[in-house]
Design a binder for this molecule. Structure first.
Ligand code: NAD
Ligand code: DAU
Length: 358
């Protein structure tokens, strides 16, 4: 039985990945989730599997070397899937320091602990051990023209403190691959959407505000473009790279689902309007009048677009969920999990929202 050490498994993508893995492999795998539970980490995301005997949660900070070393010492870890990070660009613009701390130094701790546990006396690594560093397309910077794409060979050009910290962490992982032949992969994925996403990010924020009849803040002219991927397709890509990827390689994940932000916002409004029954009083306020253009994000990247050629040709992965289906499934999930939304938007979120959007 393989044992996975997942960092940041209580966050958005990490919790979806853990669900995906238990659905796919059932009791053939064991997962240890290490998460310090920042504002973005939520044990409710994994409530349905918390009693699974193949699942263990450990509350620990990836920057805490002793705690991480102990996990490797006490468990035979075969795979590390490293999600844990500060992930929100707007927060990085207001408070960059924690991004460097968690994303760069935390990644270094994870690498060192895995290296120590897996390295043999001759400097090679124990058979079958793998480390996958989950990164972002934002490391490549911003595209202007339609028809240009991010490839694995595109030079790094990060702009926000978040993307700079992720770029730095990628380079640290690369240095371990190049220097020690450390058995790692790097995946650079585009914008994810789906269940359990914290409503500081565009899609859940717009869904929540629309349902509540609150203003829908659109930055700048609303024409920035993101390449949206359904989160379960990302989870599948990570699993496939882990099992079929060439060690030491990086793979872009995403592909050809570019949308302007304003299009996303309008799609959400119209989909919610369609889904609400006529008898629902919220239906009266669900319309485009909620849209409010607000000041642009500082250093706002114009366009992201992934060329998924390498992962498709080498590994056989392709995005499977059409945006039209994925966004409906996502909205339906938020309809059905309003208690989840109430829990995550009480307390500290209110303060964040007021400071961010006042
Ligand atoms: P998230 O913010 O929802 O979750 C991050 C998780 O990491 C949380 O559970 C948090 O508690 C945990 N964490 C933060 N600091 C920690 C620390 N010091 N020690 C232990 N745990 C800590 O993020 P997400 O959107 O799920 O993103 C996960 C990863 O995927 C990140 O590395 C991010 O850069 C990358 N990524 C995200 C997207 C996206 O669209 N969301 C796209 C591409 C790549
Ligand atoms: O591209 C991958 C990245 O996608 C990940 O690495 C990040 O972790 C993830 O947060 C996401 O970054 P973005 O900045 O692209 O996502 P966000 O949801 O914050 O914003 C998406 C777009 O919507 C962006 O152009 C900014 C805009 N936006 C966002 C918010 C929160 C608005 O117009 N209004 C808003 O209120």
């Amino acid at each position: 039985m393989r044992t996975y050490l997942v960092t940041g498994g209580s966050g958005f993508i990490g919790s979806n990945y853990i669900h995906y893995m238990f659905d796919r492999y059932k009791d053939e795998i064991r997962i240890i989730n290490v998460d310090v539970l920042t504002y973005a980490g939520n044990p409710e995301n994994l409530k349905d599997i918390e009693n699974n005997e193949n699942y263990t949660f450990i509350k620990a900070d990836i920057c805490d070397r002793d705690a991480i070393e102990e996990i490797f010492a006490k468990n035979e870890i075969d795979r590390v899937v490293h999600f844990a990070a500060e992930s929100h660009v707007d927060r990085s613009i207001r408070n960059p320091e924690v991004f460097v701390q968690t994303n760069v130094l935390g990644t270094l701790v994870m690498l060192n602990c895995a290296k120590k546990a897996w390295e043999l006396e001759d400097g090679s690594f124990r058979e079958g051990k793998r480390f996958l560093h989950v990164s972002t397309d934002e490391v490549y910077g911003s595209l202007e023209e339609e028809g240009t794409y991010f490839y694995e060979t595109t030079p790094y050009d990060p702009h926000s403190p978040y993307s700079a910290s992720k770029a730095s962490s990628d380079l640290v992982v690369k240095s371990y691959i190049d220097t020690y032949h450390f058995p790692a992969f790097i995946t650079n994925c585009s914008n994810n959407y789906g269940a359990y996403q914290f409503p500081e990010k565009l899609i859940p924020l717009i869904i929540n505000n629309t349902l509540q009849g609150k203003k829908l803040p659109v930055y700048g002219d609303g024409k920035n473009v993101r390449d949206w991927l359904y989160v379960m397709d990302h989870a599948k890509a990570i699993d496939m790279v882990m099992e079929k990827g060439r060690i030491g390689e990086k793979y872009n994940v995403g592909g050809h689902n570019e949308r302007q932000n304003i299009e996303i916002v309008k799609t959400i409004i119209h989909t919610i309007a369609e889904m609400l029954p006529d008898s629902d009083p919220r239906k009266a306020h669900v319309n485009e009048e909620l849209i409010t253009y607000v000041a642009d994000r500082k250093g706002h990247d114009r366009r992201y677009a992934i060329a998924p050629d390498k992962i498709r040709s080498e590994i056989g992965w392709e995005p499977e969920t059409k945006f039209e289906d994925g966004i409906k499934m996502t909205i339906k999930w938020y309809f059905e999990h309003q208690e989840w939304m109430q829990h995550v938007t009480s307390g500290a979120y209110q303060k964040y929202y007021e400071e961010m959007y006042r």
